[in-house]
Design a protein around this ligand. Structure first.
Ligand SMILES: Nc1ncnc2c1ncn2[C@@H]1O[C@H](COP(=O)(O)OP(=O)(O)O)[C@@H](O)[C@H]1O
Ligand SMILES: [Mg+2]
Length: 332
């Protein structure tokens, strides 16, 4: 059994009911509503996310999970309502500012830029998240110093994610799973206090999922809080300190994983059988990616790449693709 997250103990006495208060919430959401035409995508009355813990957000496709992520991270604006993150008001705050508060997210479709190297992706991550100013001010006296700091941090993260040997490779040559790892490493460039991961396992070869999971489990021990969207209930049970269930935009249940898993009504009605199959291994955009243009493919690498890429990189001379070695080794 894994070492519990630092924030897990505080959850022991929290009642498993939707909207329940947490002892030390990092994110508080109030009356957030987002509609698309007549469709209510998100309608969350109240939700608190614990600090220093891993919370999984589960629910069927179309439940509103990604929209909720977008709202919380400033990539979308709610019709009404808002929240606070670590004491900061979130209402109408743009994404770069939210990330300055210390909240970063990854995307359901990986955003790694295929024509940049792994290292360039990492560095760009730092700049993107900090806004344009750094890019526009290369003459600033601090420029070089910042550049060196960024490079050092990128190197440290690549080592931790066992991708340092790939630093000069084009991201486009990585397998889908390795791109997910890269995206996660890139998100950590800004030393966030909260990381929101939208289906980081989707489309990832099983050989790499364990490695990804181990990295996620480490985040609370490195001072971060995690919100994690995942379909696979085994993964959810393994990784979560707390589970929030969303359906049709609403929070319909929350609690410790074993409590939520016992809630058969929730599982039957909303998670259901076969749910994992459809979403774990055949993410929606894949069919489209096969016929799409290059730009689209960069964001949504075709699934068919996946196995081949993973195998190719998992050879004996390659430390990264070797899931076994990844999984056993803790991060330094
Ligand atoms: N930009 C958009 N325009 C119109 N409808 C959208 C948009 N984004 C999401 N939706 C709809 O909102 C609902 C919630 O979607 P989403 O948040 O992606 O769910 P999940 O991530 O849980 O699968 C779905 O019915 C989806 O079709
Ligand atoms: Mg989604």
């Amino acid at each position: 059994m894994r070492e519990p997250s630092p924030g897990a103990a505080a959850l022991a006495d929290v009642e498993p009911v939707p909207g329940v208060a947490k002892p030390d919430p990092i994110l508080i959401v109030d009356h957030v509503r987002r509609t698309f035409g007549g469709l209510v995508a998100v309608d969350v009355e109240h939700l608190e996310l614990p600090r220093g813990a891993i919370t999984s957000l589960i629910g069927p496709n179309g439940a509103g999970k990604t929209t909720f992520f977008n709202l919380m991270t400033g990539f979308d604006v709610a019709d009404e309502g808002a929240g606070t993150f670590d004491g900061h008001e979130l209402r109408k705050i743009p994404a770069h500012k939210v990330s300055n508060y210390g909240m970063v997210r990854t995307f359901q479709l990986t955003k790694a830029l295929t024509r940049l190297t792994v290292m360039e992706n990492m560095k760009l991550g730092a700049r993107e998240q900090r806004g344009e100013r750094l890019l526009l001010a290369p003459w600033a006296p601090l420029w070089q110093e910042q550049e060196q700091e960024i490079e050092a941090r990128a190197e440290e993260l690549l080592v931790r994610f066992k991708m340092d040997h790939m630093r000069d490779e084009m991201a486009g040559t990585l397998s889908g799973g390795q791109r997910k790892l890269l995206e996660m490493a890139r998100a950590l460039m800004v030393e966030p206090i909260m990381v929101m991961l939208d289906e980081p396992m989707a489309g990832v070869n099983p050989a790499l999922t364990q490695s990804l999971l181990e990295h996620v489990k480490d985040l609370p021990h490195m001072g971060m809080s995690v919100l994690f969207v995942e379909h696979d209930m085994d993964v959810v049970m393994d990784i979560s300190d707390w589970v929030v269930v969303m359906a049709e935009g609403r929070i319909i249940a929350e609690g410790p994983p074993e409590v939520v898993a016992r809630n058969e009504e929730v599982i039957d009605a909303y998670i259901g059988k076969g749910h994992g199959d459809e979403s774990r291994f055949t993410p929606v955009p894949l069919g489209a990616a096969a016929v799409a243009d290059t730009a689209v493919r960069e964001e949504a690498p075709p699934e068919s790449d996946e196995g081949a890429g993973e195998l190719a990189s998992g050879g004996p001379d390659d430390g990264s693709g070797g899931a076994a070695s990844d999984a056993q080794e803790g991060p330094s």
